[in-house]
Design a protein around this ligand. Structure first.
Ligand SMILES: N[C@@H](CCC[C@H](N)C(=O)O)C(=O)O
Length: 279
């Protein structure tokens, strides 16, 4: 499947008694036609009232606590052929309520943003996480950039450069993703405020690189823009793959992401094959 071109494999392991490891996820990514940005592995629910437990892998085999585009794909998969219009899934970061808003469109309550330095996490105390100083060497010269850091269940650093040419994401993404300030690495975004209700966003994803869209980054970017007083609480976030609507609700602090999904194809995997490839 894909969510705005963010390539997602939904692997339904419910009822199989199987689990997938990081090295198996990497092996699946090498399977023919299966290259993904994220793999969403569905397992039996762990908490009452939830439809499935979802383990999220990036294509480098690392695990993530959140994936907005992938969660919409999971909602589509779980609601397929069922009359349900709403369900809750669980990840290591918490429970996410998903609601159908159109034939192939879903709204996901992505959780409350975590803004304290320990929660993101950052490597050292930072009083104002809207203004995190990141120093590094590039071409033999020292550079300092400032990011707004937000966790949406996964760590995000949002940069607001003067113009897109001031921030070469393909070059800076891999350096900043692994910067010592981000002990669990970070998703790196370049954001441009087009108006109070419109943000343009490009994302270098932790564990996956440049992608056409990243739902949790879109949420983090709106939160960062609202914290700076630059955007209203509801805005369109335009990514290379298309638009997401993001709202950071004032009442309950919840961030809600709404957008489409696309089904591409379905196949069956032989677990033995991927055991061999992972070895
Ligand atoms: N594509 C995702 C984010 C996936 C996880 C991320 N790369 C991480 O490691 O935190 C999205 O749509 O949110």
């Amino acid at each position: 499947m894909n969510g705005l071109g963010n390539e997602i494999v939904v692997l339904d392991l419910r009822g199989s008694g199987l689990a997938v490891s990081g090295s198996q996820a990497r092996a699946i990514w090498r399977g023919e036609g299966l290259a993904f940005d994220q793999l969403m592995a569905l397992q039996e629910p762990r908490s009452p009232g939830t439809a499935a437990f979802v383990t999220i892998f990036n294509n480098d085999g690392s695990e993530a606590g959140a994936c907005g585009n992938g969660t919409r794909c999971v909602a589509w998969t779980l609601m397929r052929g069922a009359p349900d219009e709403e369900l809750v899934v669980e990840t290591i970061a918490g429970q996410l309520r998903c609601r159908r808003t159109g034939e192939s469109a879903f709204a996901v309550e992505m959780g409350r943003p975590r803004l304290a330095w320990r929660e993101i996490p950052l490597a050292e105390p930072v009083a104002d996480t809207r203004n995190v100083e990141v120093c590094f060497e590039l071409d033999g010269a020292s550079r300092t950039l400032r990011a707004s850091a937000v966790s949406m269940g996964n760590p995000h650093a949002i940069f607001f450069p003067r113009g897109p040419d001031d921030f070469d994401l393909a070059r800076l993404g891999p350096i900043l993703e692994r910067h010592p300030m981000f002990p669990e690495r970070a998703n790196i975004s370049r954001a441009e405020i087009l108006s109070r209700t419109h943000i343009r966003l490009d994302v270098w994803e932790r564990g996956a690189g440049l992608t056409r869209a990243c739902g949790s980054a879109a949420c983090a970017a709106l939160v960062a823009a609202v914290r700076d007083g630059r955007c209203d609480r509801r805005a369109i976030v335009s990514l290379p793959g298309g638009d997401l609507e993001i709202e950071w609700r004032g009442g309950d602090d919840m961030v809600v992401m709404t957008g489409p999904v696309e089904f591409e194809f379905e196949t069956r995997l032989d677990p033995a094959l991927f055991e061999e490839r992972a070895a």
